[in-house]
Ligand binder design. Structure first.
Ligand SMILES: CC(C)(COP(=O)(O)OP(=O)(O)OC[C@H]1O[C@@H](n2cnc3c(N)ncnc32)[C@H](O)[C@@H]1OP(=O)(O)O)[C@@H](O)C(=O)NCCC(=O)NCCS
Length: 241
């Protein structure tokens, strides 16, 4: 767009350096606490270790999620495609204050969970994906995400929405989460309904419900050998969901 200047000017052109444009496109990150390493015992008897993903692991994660995008059942394709874009957004710094945790079982990636911070008060839940079925890993990872919002970051609300019946059953039905009027309030994922959990409701019921659903509470006293053994992000051999 061009308009004539309303005043005579001594300089007609200014050169822009992309480094001056970048802060406008990227924004400035909030100063947030990272997810602390944790473990949780699953109903299968196995232990899942949940740690924050590192930015240098983004491409490795994307390579796996790209394969998951080909799975046509249980909404893995759409969730995979969205997660792929969110990880790329994190890698290319085009998503505001994202967080991403990986769940590792027996030294291999077993699931992931991500979201972003709208502001200091509201946590936007983006996605949960499990690559091993049947052990309620997804419920455990979703519990981590809400725990992060309320217990680590001290936020006031956790906003989620669901593409799949399995996700909806855990996060909406199981948690009896209220929703904001729709379509007046829309989640950034496709303009769907916003289900929300307040801090009060988390303290009253959701935290306990999550622990009962998964069968254990989070343990933050993680032995060094577990941390060390899971530093490298080892992918599952195949997609078997
Ligand atoms: C939603 C999701 C994270 C839930 O993961 P989860 O808690 O580990 O649960 P599963 O999907 O493995 O299983 C759900 C239920 O169906 C059963 N089930 C479904 N498919 C199964 C399969 N292929 N093998 C074993 N069990 C299966 C499980 O036993 C479980 O029942 P239970 O809760 O009574 O134990 C996971 O299904 C997933 O990643 N789905 C694709 C992505 C997605 O939809 N993400 C959420 C976006 S809304």
């Amino acid at each position: 767009m061009r308009l004539e200047p309303p005043v005579p000017v001594s300089r007609e052109e200014y050169v822009l350096n992309v480094r001056d444009i970048e802060p406008l496109l990227q924004g400035y990150p909030m100063d947030t606490k990272p997810w602390p390493d944790a473990t949780i015992k699953l109903r299968t008897g196995k232990t899942m270790y949940i740690r924050a993903a590192r930015i240098d692991e983004a491409k490795t994660l994307m390579s796996y999620v790209r394969q998951v995008m080909d799975v046509e059942h249980d909404f893995y394709d759409i969730v995979g495609a969205r997660v792929y874009a969110e990880i790329l957004g994190w890698y290319r710094k085009r998503i505001k204050d994202p967080y991403l945790m990986v769940g590792m079982i027996d030294g291999k990636l077993a699931g992931l969970v991500n979201g972003r911070l709208m502001n200091e008060d509201i946590n936007i839940s983006l996605h949960t994906m499990t690559f091993e079925r049947g052990g309620r890993l997804g419920a455990a990872l979703f519990y981590c995400k809400a725990y992060y919002a309320f217990e680590i970051l001290g936020q006031k609300e956790f906003w989620s929405t669901y593409e799949s019946y399995n996700g909806w059953r855990i996060g909406f039905l199981g948690m009896a989460a209220p929703s904001y009027p729709w379509p007046d309030v829309q989640h950034e994922l496709g303009g769907a309904r916003v289900y929300y959990i307040t801090r009060k409701y988390w303290d009253q019921a959701v935290k306990k419900y999550s622990e009962e659903l998964v069968g254990d509470a989070l343990n933050f006293d993680v032995p060094d050998e577990i941390v060390k053994a899971n530093q490298e992000l080892v992918l599952p051999d195949d997609v078997t969901v």
